[in-house]
Write a protein that binds this ligand. Structure first.
Ligand code: ATP
Ligand code: MG
Ligand code: MG
Length: 549
């Protein structure tokens, strides 16, 4: 069967067929180290590493660090860690800042060929002269500067003779171009800001458009993918490569990933972090790779998700359910089952021996014998979920009721005979009787029950805090609201259940990074803030879809 190619693969295969690139295929992932990676970056990573692997090419990790104000090296380590965790290895690690000298040389070359000039205008004047899509731009008097004067001034910019913003270097292209990016774009600006790698060696920095394509060309990247916003930059990307006679890297744009009810922008995510609305860049509610990891997502699930959304040429908002579907699919196959009671209600089995304990054997992963089983103690006093009991049941409620019976998972059928309430009328415990002949696997009781509920033995259960998560924003596309997005932050995006209990088996092991299914409650993972006497579990995802629009 012939597999169908996405449009980027089609371009690559055509280039291979036409022998456009003799040295094979090269891609790169070019993060700016100004924040943590999010799912959108994961999509780009899967794409670029995937293409390199499919076409037996190379993939570079290039830190696009040309903006000294917003970048720092802690982000570099976090980015490396996230890519590795996703399961990818890069061939080379490069930094755009390593090319500052070469890029400076390119700028000199453009000046010498009268293709760049130093402009003393203010940013306002530059914007004004640039015009609008409807109004053509007008050249200013600096555009006519001589090559010699430009060379002197640019050199003076480099050695620090001018203040920030006093001058810029612009490419001399066409102030009347229909494409605004071709109206003499700025290619260098003055910034007396130390850089996290080059220190104070430079006080002029190349603009993104002057650094990115040239970095691609320096590294002989054959196919340089980026998101659709850059379509209009492509003529400029090609102009620099052509004028400077560089390696002909090819820019290809694809639709960015947007996910419903969350935000996919480092700058905006950073605001959530800085305002303390979330617990750092790895808050389990965030769509960052670190947040998803802490939430219990697996690399497999994220890669599968990126695969399923594929690459498109039109922007859209992806449904959160698809992401959750992918992690459920993965964890269903691999996560061992355990029991946790999230909102506990005490049950006393009045006819069960006071001192008596028996072990109930539960499978770790149904259908996977190799995963083994474990013994769970059963005693007279148990925790069940508050939600698994209704004194006055509604229609179609099949769990425990006063006078009704239910099966305790792997154990006995119990019948509720009496409800004990506190002074406020809240149910504090249930008195039940059990049927000794109803034990799972050896049931001779002939009692029919309609459901099975989970339970924990009170003397053995371990207190834990459980954190459930909900959508981060109340509206589907918070990114659309610009800087108003914080107003739509969902204050109920986290629900803490401080009085939960978990199986004692969960605490005797080093479980950081191990996923579990808590029977009937969803998939969970131990949080990194757990301590030896305070256990915290994050819910990765429930067992069923629960996202409503
Ligand atoms: P942000 O606005 O979140 O900072 P960015 O595009 O500025 O995103 P970069 O660090 O420059 O972040 O991105 C590195 C790579 O990841 C780029 O090639 C970019 O196109 C890609 N990328 C970023 N966001 C997305 C997204 N939402 N979907 C797909 N690819 C993305
Ligand atoms: Mg960017
Ligand atoms: Mg950005």
């Amino acid at each position: 069967m012939e597999e169908s190619l996405n449009f980027i693969e089609a371009i690559i295969e055509q280039d291979i067929c036409n022998e456009v690139y003799s040295e094979g295929i090269s891609t790169r992932f070019p993060p700016e180290p100004n924040g943590y990676l999010h799912l959108g970056h994961a999509k780009s990573i899967c794409l670029n590493f995937g293409l390199a692997s499919k076409y037996k090419g190379r993939v570079n990790l290039r830190f696009d660090d040309t903006n000294p104000e917003r970048e720092n090296s802690s982000y570099i380590d976090a980015i490396r860690k996230d890519i590795q965790w996703l399961g990818f290895e890069w061939h080379n690690e490069f930094y755009a800042s390593d090319y500052f000298e070469i890029l400076y040389g390119f700028a000199i070359e453009l000046i010498k060929r009268d293709l760049a000039y130093v402009d003393d205008s203010t940013p306002e004047e530059i914007a004004e002269q640039k015009g609008t899509p409807q109004v053509t731009g007008v050249p200013n008097r600096y555009r006519g500067r001589s090559i010699d004067e430009n060379l002197l001034l640019f050199e003076a910019m480099k050695v620090g003779s001018f203040k920030d913003g006093a001058k810029v270097l612009r490419a001399k292209i066409d102030m009347k171009a229909a494409n605004m990016h071709m109206r003499d774009p700025i290619i260098y600006r003055i910034k007396h800001t130390p850089h996290h790698r080059t220190g104070s060696a430079w006080c002029i920095y190349p603009m993104y458009d002057f650094a990115h394509g040239q970095s691609d060309a320096i590294e002989c990247i054959t196919h340089s993918t980026c998101t659709l916003e850059f379509v209009a930059h492509r003529p400029l990307y090609n102009w620099f490569i052509e004028k400077l006679g560089l390696f002909p890297s090819k820019q290809i744009e694809f639709a960015r990933l947007n996910l419903a009810f969350t935000i996919m922008s480092k700058r905006k995510l950073q605001q959530l972090v800085e305002k303390g609305l979330v617990d750092g860049w790895d808050d389990p509610r965030l769509p960052t790779v670190a947040g998803l990891r802490r939430r219990g997502y697996t690399p497999n699930a994220i890669r599968e998700f990126c695969d399923r959304i594929g690459v498109a040429k039109r922007d859209a908002i992806t449904d959160y359910n698809l992401l959750e579907f992918c992690v459920r699919e993965d964890l269903n196959k691999t996560a061992q089952r355990r029991i946790a009671v999230l909102k506990p209600l005490r049950v006393i089995i009045t006819n069960y021996g006071q001192e008596f304990t028996e072990n109930i054997v539960l499978e770790n992963l149904p259908g996977e014998e190799a995963e083994g089983s474990r013994e769970v103690p059963f005693t007279r006093e148990l925790w069940i979920e508050q939600d698994d009991f209704m004194e006055h049941p509604t229609k179609n409620y099949f769990r425990l009721t006063l006078g009704g019976a239910v099966r305790l998972k792997g154990a006995y059928i119990i019948l509720c005979e009496h409800v004990v309430k506190d002074e406020d009328g809240n149910i504090s415990e249930l008195h039940c009787k059990y049927f000794p002949e109803s034990k799972s696997g050896h049931d001779h009781s002939n009692i029919k029950v309609k459901s099975t509920i989970h339970w924990l033995s009170i003397p053995f259960a371990i207190p834990a805090e459980i954190r459930l998560y909900n959508k981060l924003f109340e509206i589907e596309d918070p990114g659309q609201t610009g800087d108003e997005f914080l107003k739509h932050f969902n204050k109920d995006s986290i629900q803490v259940l401080p009085n939960a209990y978990v199986e004692n088996d969960l605490i005797n092991r080093d479980d950081v990074g191990v996923n579990f299914q808590f029977v009937r409650m969803g998939y969970f993972i131990k949080d990194r803030n757990s301590t030896a006497d305070h256990f915290i579990f994050n819910r990765t995802v429930g067992l069923r879809e629960n996202w409503k629009k």
